[in-house]
Design a protein around this ligand. Structure first.
Ligand code: NAD
Length: 249
């Protein structure tokens, strides 16, 4: 099949919904063979077919990651999308919140990338993409203490990998989205509704953060991931790319 990712194989975590799902669909539409993974097998099934193979993977489960990587074989593109948004400050962040956030948002990327890196090194090529956030070392956001800390850690993660493997054909980049209209955002809007006065007011507060006055769409993040996955971005590595409707302006 022709397309910007023709001949490439991609492995994506947290691909059943939201940003990960849009990336899986966009990659397949551009000719990639996609292994889309998630814990939600029902939602995953909706994108199976037409270039997308689905597989259950809980990125908190190290042996399962090793099995999934062995089964998938070498890939050209890896997208680490799994992440959870705690709403907390340092005062309200518990030890459990801290451990869970680092396990899901950072350790999973470490384990999954480590599992796929040997295959990329053997090919002498690979694009590693992580979904960080504009809310991190890029911009302070209220009530995002552990979330922002983990997403900032991912920027060090990609810079380090990009530096260590730049001469061996491996690129690593982070996408830093602003507020994107996904199922997880809907959960956060519901959680904030009481404090904001209503669901509409909570949603309006998220919309107001973006200078463009609207939320981003998962497909807009997928378009950037597609560029980073393709050879069009061959000269680009180690970067944190902000895509936020002007939030950080
Ligand atoms: P989403 O809730 O729409 O989808 C999250 C997916 O992750 C779900 O399909 C869920 O089943 C899966 N998942 C949860 N735990 C998992 C696990 N242990 N193993 C595998 N899969 C698991 O989320 P989203 O808003 O699209 O967010 C995706 C990524 O983008 C996250 O890393 C998030 O931090 C980041 N992000 C989101 C926004 C936003 O505004 N939505 C902004 C910046 C960054």
């Amino acid at each position: 099949m022709a397309g910007r990712l023709a001949g490439k194989r991609a492995f994506i975590t947290a691909a059943a919904k939201g940003i990960g799902r849009a990336i899986a669909v966009a990659f397949a539409a551009e000719g990639a063979e996609v292994v889309a993974t998630d814990i939600d097998e029902t939602a995953l099934a909706e994108i199976a077919g037409s270039g997308v193979v689905t597989r259950r993977l809980d990125v908190l489960d190290a042996p399962a990651i090793a099995r999934a990587a062995a089964e998938a074989g070498p890939v050209d593109v890896l997208v680490n999308c799994a992440g959870y948004v705690h709403q907390n400050t340092i005062e309200t962040c518990s030890e459990e919140d801290w451990a869970f956030a680092f396990d899901l948002n950072v350790r999973s990327a470490f384990r999954v990338t480590k599992a796929f890196l040997p295959g990329m090194l053997a090919k002498g090529a690979g694009s590693i993409i992580v979904i960080s956030s504009a809310a991190s070392s890029i911009k302070g956001a209220p009530n995002r203490f552990v979330y922002a800390t983990t997403k900032a850690a991912l920027l060090g993660f990609v810079k380090s990998i990009a530096t260590d493997y730049v001469k061996r054909g491996i690129r690593a980049n982070a996408i830093c989205p602003g507020t994107i209209d996904t199922p997880s955002l809907a959960d956060r809007i519901s959680a904030n509704a009481a404090e904001a006065g209503s669901v509409e007011a909570a949603r309006a507060a998220f919309v107001a953060r973006q200078a463009m006055g609207r939320l981003g769409r998962p497909e807009e993040i997928a378009a950037l991931a597609l560029y980073l996955a393709s050879d069009e971005s061959a000269f680009l590595t180690g970067q944190a790319i902000v895509i936020d409707g002007g939030w950080t302006l």
